[in-house]
Design a binder for this molecule. Structure first.
Ligand SMILES: Nc1nc2c(c(=O)[nH]1)N[C@H]1C(S)=C(S)[C@@H](COP(=O)(O)OP(=O)(O)OC[C@H]3O[C@@H](n4cnc5c(=O)[nH]c(N)nc54)[C@H](O)[C@@H]3O)O[C@H]1N2
Ligand SMILES: Nc1nc2c(c(=O)[nH]1)N[C@H]1C(S)=C(S)[C@@H](COP(=O)(O)OP(=O)(O)OC[C@H]3O[C@@H](n4cnc5c(=O)[nH]c(N)nc54)[C@H](O)[C@@H]3O)O[C@H]1N2
Ligand code: SF4
Ligand SMILES: [Mo]
Length: 746
């Protein structure tokens, strides 16, 4: 293709698909974006990008993408006018609230919300207007233990210590695979080069994971650990440091004596069988941590979405604190973002257990209940049962445990609205889907991940492409819906028009960019939208710096390690230590992410999905032999929650006794085709994960360490990998077929 040089321009932006915030350079021609490169002048990402960045263009051009609101009818999806759609959604949500009470409307906010400025400034406030206790999000499928332990120890749920990776000398990584994920709760683009630099300056990286991951492959050392046993390992590391008398906590740290008592039983010998890591190695690791000039312990999905997630994240903090590495250059530091969510009181400090869930008595955290119990609240009869769902950029049927049960529950609601750019496995049940513009078409600033970055940076990225005709930005959709809903509520005798509601309405009328400008001006960095527009590569605000105890948000500016919530669980773990079986001969399932896949979506772009299918279950050759299976066999994986068909792939990279499967697949459920573009289907691992098993303190989902069996597939074939749409369900007017028979409602 020839390009008309005069008509092409260069634009700069930030990729918001994952947490890494890579700076991008686009060449934009008359027909749209022609090429995408890493922006070498971005002070954080320094030219790095991954294959998903080029797929941003594919999302904008995706034939599956919804461009107008759609309504589910007997004849399939029918396009609606915006005003009509907004009206219908506001009216139904208000009616259900009037009839069944506010908790009858449930909310699930999915991961892409945190990657969209408009969803943050307008979507989240709209969801709050519903004033329901049935609020759920990806948080409790993910980082809830981080937020809870941040709140307990440092006084604020977002007070997340960040590894100073550019200066550390010893980096201990548990249950994270940043070479594939590009980092999480740690915005670290260009992870690979940063690790090379770490090693070049004589530092070491040790990875602890039941799979020899892409990150383990670039580490100095990798240790297999039995899934779900990290708490034992981490407590034993604390034990060794304290037994050696090597602890050096800061003056503002309390509770060391209580910690010493709590970990007394966790000798390296006592935990060796449970973890699969021998006592000498545990002692050596603890001593390496202490001896390093600057060290950081980092634990992510593999240690938060497992049975002892909160204890694990607490123990990570305790290790950093006892080794004197919290608040040290090259250790863990707190960020100083241009928009400071904590100091500017944009996000509250967090609260825990103020109320509990109706059916399973699980605790709320900061106004949300654990997503694992969403299905119970939808299906259990009684007052406050969920009758309507609002799903914002989420796909819980594939993303949350117990996907099958959720699928049925979504089909059985009185009303549902999805904010999504696709008909996905969850939004297929919606009465109305409201699609927004996509990332290239809207202004961006990373409110959340700027707060977790390994360097302080600020960058405003104006939309690269114009807003397509007839489309709306997320903030416009939420604004219109909020104003409409507020107007309806005022008619209700129980609602009053208050000063607070007036302020809220004024805020809804401000665009995200205007809102951001106000926040930047209120921040302490002297920045504004105007100044950021003049620096399209981003402003470098410098490396992370020590800030304690001033940056503590605890009332007394001290850190108390002896948190009863956590220590009670340590006591339970200790009780389980006695005679803990090494392994019961069964298999344990863990998760896996791939650089070219993104949670439950981005499975349309040919350039991402090409090559070998990525959804196979990985199994060690020795386990294959004992199970009388061979590489490539069709298998059924079974757990106490369900069963899926897939293929097995031999891999010496997984620990014996462990199998690994990615999440986010399972698209054409029951053979119902939702996409014209997609070529991969795969099984959904969340048909195997069990919503009844939650992490013991906070109720986070247990997505790793799931007991399973693997057997030859009972009959031929590997379940649906259909190539032809099942036309019966597809309406002639739309490429998006409806799915379950439409229910009689609204
Ligand atoms: N077994 C297992 N399950 C897991 C995980 C695991 O490791 N193992 N990981 C968990 C984690 S960490 C997370 S965060 C969740 C993620 O799971 P979810 O919260 O469900 O989020 P996603 O799958 O990322 O995206 C959901 C939907 O958002 C839509 N979307 C994307 N961009 C936009 C946009 O700009 N506007 C709108 N309106 N919609 C958009 C996509 O079309 C997609 O359908 O999954 C969790 N589930
Ligand atoms: N390409 C890509 N990037 C992504 C995403 C994506 O889907 N694709 N998702 C984004 C999201 S929402 C998130 S939250 C982050 C997640 O970022 P990461 O946490 O870095 O990603 P995971 O690949 O889930 O890494 C979890 C690791 O834990 C290991 N593990 C499982 N069980 C255990 C255990 O019991 N103990 C230990 N020690 N390890 C265990 C798994 O083998 C796996 O290697 O990635 C983000 N980035
Ligand atoms: S690493 Fe993440 S932010 Fe960077 S280009 Fe890839 S998807 Fe985008
Ligand atoms: Mo996540």
């Amino acid at each position: 293709m020839t390009t008309d040089a005069a008509a092409t321009r260069t634009a700069y932006g930030t990729c918001a698909l994952c947490e890494a915030m890579c700076g991008l350079e686009y060449t934009v021609g008359p027909a749209g974006v022609e090429s995408v490169r890493g922006d070498k002048k971005d002070p954080l990402s320094r030219g790095h990008l991954c294959p998903k960045a080029t797929a941003l263009v594919d999302i904008a051009n995706d034939p599956d993408r919804l461009r107008r609101p759609v309504r589910r009818t007997d004849d399939g999806w029918t396009e609606m006018e915006w005003d009509e759609a907004i009206d219908l959604v506001a009216r139904r949500l208000s009616e259900i609230r009037d009839t069944h009470g506010r908790n009858a409307v449930g909310v699930y906010a999915g991961n892409p919300n945190v990657h969209s400025l408009g969803a943050m400034t307008h979507g989240i406030p709209f969801l709050s207007m519903l004033r329901t206790r049935n609020r759920y999000s990806a948080t409790s499928l993910d980082q809830l233990p981080h937020q809870l332990t941040n709140m307990l120890l440092f006084g604020h749920q977002l007070r997340q210590p960040i590894t100073d990776i550019d200066h550390t000398q010893f980096f201990l990584v548990l249950g994270a695979n940043p070479m594939a994920s590009n980092g999480s709760m740690m915005t670290v683009p260009d992870f690979g080069r940063r690790v090379k630099d770490l090693r070049a300056r004589g530092g070491r990286m040790v990875v602890i994971d039941p799979r020899r991951t892409e990150t383990a492959a670039v580490a100095d050392e990798h240790l297999f650990v039995r899934p779900g046993s990290d708490a034992y390992l981490l407590l034993a590391l604390i034990h060794v440091i304290l037994a050696d008398g090597a602890e050096r906590p800061a003056l503002y740290v309390d509770g060391v004596a209580e910690v010493r008592a709590a970990v007394a039983a966790f000798t390296p010998e006592a935990v060796a069988d449970v973890t699969g890591i021998d006592a000498d190695t545990v002692r050596r690791l603890a001593r390496e941590l202490v001896a390093a000039d600057a060290a950081a312990v980092y634990g992510r999905m593999g240690v938060s979405t497992q049975r002892f997630g909160t204890v694990c994240q607490w123990a990570v903090h305790v290790l950093d604190i006892l080794t004197g590495n919290l608040d040290r250059v090259g250790g863990k530091l707190f960020t100083e973002p241009a928009v400071d969510l904590i100091r500017q009181k944009i996000t509250g400090r967090g609260h825990f257990g103020l109320w509990r869930s109706r059916v399973r008595d699980l605790p709320e955290f900061s106004g949300e209940l654990p997503t694992s119990t969403l299905v119970d609240e939808m299906t259990t009869p009684g007052e406050d049962r969920i009758r309507a769902m609002v799903v914002a950029s989420g796909n819980p049927v594939l993303s949350a445990p117990g996907g099958r049960r959720l699928d049925d529950a979504f089909a059985d609601l009185d009303f549902m609205v999805s904010f999504d750019i696709y008909v996905n496995e969850t939004s297929r049940h919606a009465d109305v889907i409201l699609p927004s513009t996509t990332a290239l078409e809207r202004d961006h600033y990373d409110l959340i991940f700027s707060s977790f970055a390994v360097r302080n940076v600020a960058k405003f990225s104006p939309a690269v492409l114009p807003k397509p005709d007839g489309m709306r930005h997320e903030w416009e959709i939420f604004r219109d819906l909020a104003l409409r809903y507020a107007a309806l509520r005022r008619r209700s005798p129980r609602e009053r028009f208050t000063r607070a509601s007036l302020v809220r309405e004024v805020r809804f009328r401000l665009s995200p960019t205007r809102t951001l400008d106000l926040l930047l001006r209120r921040g302490r960095r002297g920045l504004s939208i105007r100044s950021l527009r003049r620096t399209p590569h981003g402003v470098d605000l410098g490396p992370l710096r020590p800030r304690l105890p001033d940056a503590l948000s605890t009332p007394d500016r001290r850190i108390d390690l002896a948190q009863p919530l956590v220590l009670d669980d340590v006591a339970r773990i200790r009780a389980a230590l006695t005679g803990a079986p090494a392994a019961d001969g069964g298999l344990t399932l863990v998760g896996r992410r791939h650089l070219r896949s993104n949670n439950s979506w981005m499975h349309n772009a040919p350039r991402l999905v090409k090559g070998k299918p990525r959804h196979a279950v990985l199994m060690h050759p020795d386990d294959l032999a004992t199970h009388r299976l061979a590489d490539g066999d069709a298998v059924e994986v079974r757990s106490n929650a369900g069963a899926v068909r897939t293929v097995v792939a031999a891999s010496t990279d997984v620990m014996r006794g462990v199998v690994s499967m990615p999440h986010g697949f399972g698209h054409e459920r029951d053979g119902v085709r939702l996409s014209v573009a997609r070529t991969v289907v795969g099984p959904s691992v969340n048909d195997l994960t069990d919503p009844d098993r939650v992490e013991s303190v906070a109720g986070n989902a247990v997505l790793n360490g799931v007991p399973v069996t693997v057997v030859p597939a009972p009959d031929q074939g590997v379940g649906p990998e259909p190539s032809e749409p099942s036309n019966s369900a597809v309406s002639s007017s739309s490429p998006h077929g409806p799915t379950a028979a439409p229910r009689a409602d609204t």
